[in-house]
Write a protein that binds this ligand. Structure first.
Ligand SMILES: [Zn+2]
Length: 286
C-alpha cells in the first residue's frame, strides 16, 4: 500500500506539461475535426468550449466557466472567419494562449456588406482544409505529438474525400438544384455541390424575420415554382413552416453540423443524412 502511494507521488512530481496537453476547441465542428486529429493519443485531451448544444457562435459570449477552461488550455482551436467574435478581447486578456485558426488562408464568401461567411466546415472541401490547418497548428503547438497529429489528419482526410465523392455522385442528376435555407450556413456547401440557394429566411439564425422579409421569401418561393424549404435542427422551424404553409412548398431539415454526438464519426454521419434528405427533396433519380 505504502509503495503504491509513493509511486503515485513520484508520478505527480513529473512536469505536467510533458504528460498532458489540453486542446480547447471553440465549438462543435472544430471539436469534431480535432477529435479525429488527436484520436488515440495518450495525454492529449480535447474539450468543446461552447458545450454540446450551443450551435453556431453568432450571438455567443464567453461564459465564466469558458474563461476558466481557457486558463488551463494548451492551445485554442477556432473556426475563424469571424465566427469567434470574442477573439480580439481574448487575445488581449490571454496573450500567451496559442490560437490555431482552422480558417487560415481559406477563400471566404462575403455578404453584401463585406462580412465573411464563417460556415466553412459545412462544405466537405472546407472541412478538409480546416483539418489540414488544425493538424499543422497542433503540430507546432505540441511538437511531441506532431507526427501523430499529421498521420491521424491524413487518415481522416481520406475519409472526408470519400464522403465528398459519395455526395457528388449522390447529388448528380437531381430534378432541381434550387433550395431555400433557414440561415446563411449552406453557402460553401451549395457552391461545392452545385446547388443554388435562392432564398435565406432568417438573416440572424433564431431571430424571427420581419413580416416584410417573410413576405418577400414567400413571393420568391411562389415565383420559383416551390423549391423545398430547409429548416435546421438547431433552430425553431417556425418561419420555415410559415413560408411552407403560405406557398405549399415542403419543409425538410438540413443539418449544418453545429450540434450532435460526441463522436469522431459524427460529421460524416450528419453529411450522409443531409445527402439522403437532399436526394429526397430535390428529386434524385432512383
Ligand atoms: Zn451559422
Amino acid at each position: 500500500m505504502l509503495a503504491a502511494v509513493m509511486t503515485l507521488a513520484v508520478v505527480t512530481a513529473l512536469p505536467a506539461a510533458a504528460a498532458d496537453f489540453r486542446i480547447v476547441c471553440s465549438f462543435y465542428p472544430v471539436y469534431l475535426h480535432t477529435l479525429n486529429i488527436a484520436r488515440g493519443l495518450p495525454g492529449v485531451t480535447v474539450v468543446n468550449l461552447a458545450g454540446a448544444q450551443t450551435g453556431c457562435l453568432h450571438d455567443y459570449a464567453l461564459t465564466v466557466a469558458a474563461r476558466k477552461t481557457l486558463h488551463h488550455a494548451g492551445v485554442l482551436v477556432i473556426n475563424g472567419a469571424g465566427m469567434e467574435s470574442y477573439l480580439d478581447n481574448l487575445r488581449r486578456q490571454q496573450p500567451d494562449l496559442p490560437v490555431v485558426d482552422a480558417g487560415r488562408g481559406l477563400e471566404l464568401l462575403r455578404d453584401a456588406a463585406g462580412a465573411p461567411n464563417p460556415h466553412l466546415w459545412v462544405s466537405v472541401a472546407g472541412a478538409i482544409a480546416q483539418v489540414t490547418n488544425i493538424a499543422a497548428g497542433l503540430a507546432a503547438a505540441d511538437p511531441a505529438h506532431g507526427a501523430d497529429y499529421r498521420r491521424n489528419a491524413a487518415a481522416y482526410v481520406t475519409q472526408l474525400q470519400a464522403l465528398r465523392t459519395r455526395m457528388r455522385t449522390g447529388l448528380a442528376g437531381l430534378r432541381t438544384r434550387k433550395i431555400v435555407t433557414l440561415h446563411e450556413a449552406f453557402a460553401y456547401f451549395a457552391r461545392e455541390f452545385d446547388l443554388e440557394v435562392v432564398g435565406v429566411i432568417e438573416r440572424e439564425p433564431g431571430s424571427e424575420p420581419a413580416a416584410r422579409e417573410l413576405a418577400q421569401t414567400i413571393d420568391l418561393v411562389r415565383r420559383l415554382g416551390l423549391p423545398p424549404v430547409f429548416a435546421e435542427p438547431q433552430y425553431a422551424a417556425r418561419s420555415a413552416e410559415t413560408v411552407a404553409r403560405a406557398t405549399g412548398a415542403r419543409v425538410y431539415r438540413l443539418d449544418p453540423a453545429v450540434t450532435g454526438a460526441d463522436d469522431p464519426g459524427a460529421y460524416v454521419a450528419i453529411m450522409e443524412r443531409n445527402l439522403a434528405v437532399l436526394r429526397e427533396a430535390l428529386g434524385a433519380a432512383p
